[in-house]
Design a protein around this ligand. Structure first.
Ligand SMILES: Nc1ncnc2c1ncn2[C@@H]1O[C@H](COP(=O)(O)OP(=O)(O)OP(=O)(O)O)[C@@H](O)[C@H]1O
Ligand SMILES: [Mg+2]
Length: 542
């Protein structure tokens, strides 16, 4: 940046000898000050006579050097910005993955999508602006130094005028920051609407509620639009002030150099040329500063979110020295209670129970009694508010909860499937262990899913659509069960996992579970008594 700016300054100063070589008054060398004197002295000391052709060649060399530097600098700036964006996205992603479930549970998930996409890109483009701002500032400083070499008085006068101009624009910046904040809120609203709308397209259409949802979207769009127009207005006003200001400075400089300073015409031309190149830079700097001020709330929000995620970090990770508790005998639950942070009453409290290894236990209770919450705690997703869980002789705690999690397979009513093949939806749970077709079919058979997978057009290679939309609800649940079994867990938790199945398929799964009895520990949550009629041991929540 500095090299580029210095070359640019030299290229301008070279105009003086150039003008001299075509016969324009550059003043007597003895009366010349600064740069002109240095250039002439230097050329004389190396025994070279500055003539028209030589100065033109010099000018060309400097310009080519400048253009090459600017090429390198724009490539480096882009590389820096992109690597900053990728690093930041990785960091936010990692913090999100390792944030505690109790924190994520209470958040608007669309906020994380916004954070990881548009918001990080906007912060990245701010870095780009910041780098170009630094480069412009260096250029301005170098121009000012070169201008000083030509005439100190005139440059000081111009600087004074420029400072007055910048001060006049200060109040606008405050308004721009406020407008950036309002724009960010509108953006958050828009993203939330998009997320809700895309997730509920089917239900919106079935209730014919399209217009209602479009109206919500329109409201946020209008707020955002008005903020963007406001910003454009501020930018235009700044440009207006700069243009008028530049004209005033130009007039003042011209007048003073003639009336008081008696500068040679070539020096005056060079100074005016420097300022004519300086003014767009100054105007660009102000626009960049305004863009940065407008984006400041976006940056602040991102940093606040990142700090919040890190504050809720699980503080340990799966590769840490804390081993998962081994489960060979029993899980003991002692006085277990849980209260959600935003609730005044406990989801459940004072639960005592004992689950023997390889037995099947049903968790029963009315809707809202806390069954799913208990399953979340037993699977290591949530830490209890009070009480203890002992796995054999090891206390389940913050130190080993994350390591315990892969030992538990959890199948819920909402099945997580993605837009890929049956195989890809199954085998990602084996933690890198190669999974043969036989393993896959065995798990599918246990989950009573082998029949329908065989009938799919490409069997295991069939793409099942976004969230498995090309499958029926029951088929999705059976795939999720097969996946859970494939992970070879110590404990299998089924939370209403068979509620979408018909009697025949539920019977098939029940048979499969009965067959698994004694091979692994199974916890079943089900409202339908038929699903758990074969289970003797029960944890009852009231
Ligand atoms: N993320 C949450 N934040 C705040 N409160 C919650 C949250 N999830 C559940 N609750 C509350 O905790 C209590 C227990 O909920 P839970 O989902 O565990 O019940 P459940 O027994 O599984 O019910 P169901 O049989 O209807 O699935 C309920 O009062 C519920 O409103
Ligand atoms: Mg539940």
């Amino acid at each position: 940046m500095l090299l580029n700016s210095v070359s640019s300054g030299i290229s301008i100063i070279l105009i003086i000898p150039l003008l001299a070589s075509v016969g324009i008054d550059v003043g007597d060398n003895s009366t010349n000050s600064g740069a002109v004197k240095y250039i002439v002295d230097f050329s004389e000391s190396v025994g070279v006579q500055l003539n028209f052709a030589l100065v033109l060649c010099l000018y060309l060399v400097v310009i080519i050097f400048m253009a090459s530097l600017s090429f390198v600098s724009s490539v480096v700036t882009t590389a820096l910005t992109q690597s900053f964006i990728i690093d930041l996205r990785n960091e936010v992603n990692r913090s999100l993955f390792y944030a505690q479930w109790q924190y994520i549970n209470g958040q608007y998930l669309s906020d994380f999508i916004r954070l990881l996409t548009g918001q990080i890109n906007r912060v990245g483009s701010c870095l780009n602006s910041l780098l170009s701002l630094i480069s412009s500032l260096i250029l301005v400083c170098v121009y000012v130094v070169f201008a000083m070499l030509v005439s100190v008085e005139l440059t000081a006068l111009a600087l004074l005028c420029a400072l007055l101009l910048a001060a006049a624009l200060l109040p606008i910046n405050k308004r721009i920051h406020k407008s950036g904040g309002v724009g960010l809120s509108a953006n958050i609203d828009i993203q939330r609407s998009i997320y809700d709308n895309v997730n509920s397209l089917k239900i919106i259409k079935s209730f014919a509620a399209e217009e209602q949802y479009l109206a919500r979207m329109m409201r946020s769009n209008t707020v955002l639009e008005s903020q963007l127009v406001r910003l454009a207005k501020f930018n235009a006003l700044t440009r207006w002030v700069n243009l008028v200001g530049a004209a005033v400075i130009f007039t003042v400089l011209f007048y003073s150099s003639f009336q008081w300073l008696n500068l040679p015409i070539a020096n005056l031309l060079v100074i005016l040329f420097i300022f004519s190149r300086l003014m767009p830079q100054v105007s660009g700097i102000q626009n960049t500063i305004q863009r940065l001020i407008h984006q400041a709330p976006t940056f602040e929000d991102l940093m606040r979110r990142l700090a919040e995620l890190n504050q809720w970090s699980e503080k340990f990770n799966i590769t840490s020295s804390h081993d998962a508790p081994t489960f060979r005998k029993k899980i003991e639950i002692k006085g277990l209670s849980y209260q959600y942070a935003d609730k005044s009453v406990y989801a459940f409290s004072g639960i005592d129970a004992c689950i023997q290894c390889n037995e099947t236990v049903a968790i029963v209770g009315r809707s809202g009694a806390g069954k799913s919450t208990l399953a979340d705690i037993l699977s290591g997703l949530l830490p209890q508010t009070s009480g203890e869980i002992w796995i054999d002789d090891v206390l389940l705690s913050d130190d080993n909860r994350l390591a315990w999690r892969p030992k538990v397979a959890y199948v819920t009513q909402e099945v997580f499937l993605f837009h890929d093949t049956v195989r890809a939806n199954l085998d990602w749970v084996t933690n890198g262990k190669v999974c043969s077709d036989d393993d896959l079919w065995r798990a599918l058979k246990l989950a009573a899913a082998d029949g329908f997978v065989r009938s799919l057009p490409h069997g295991l290679e069939t793409i099942i659509g976004d969230r498995g939309i090309k499958l029926s609800g029951g088929e999705r649940q059976r795939l999720a069960l097969a996946r859970a079994l494939l992970s070879d867990p110590d404990v299998l938790i089924l939370d209403e996992a068979t509620s979408a199945l018909d009697n025949k398929n539920e019977q098939l799964i029940r048979d499969a579970l009965v067959a698994l009895d004694g091979q692994l520990t199974i916890l079943i949550i089900a409202h339908n008594e038929a699903t758990i009629e074969h289970v003797q041991n029960r944890i009852v929540l009231v």
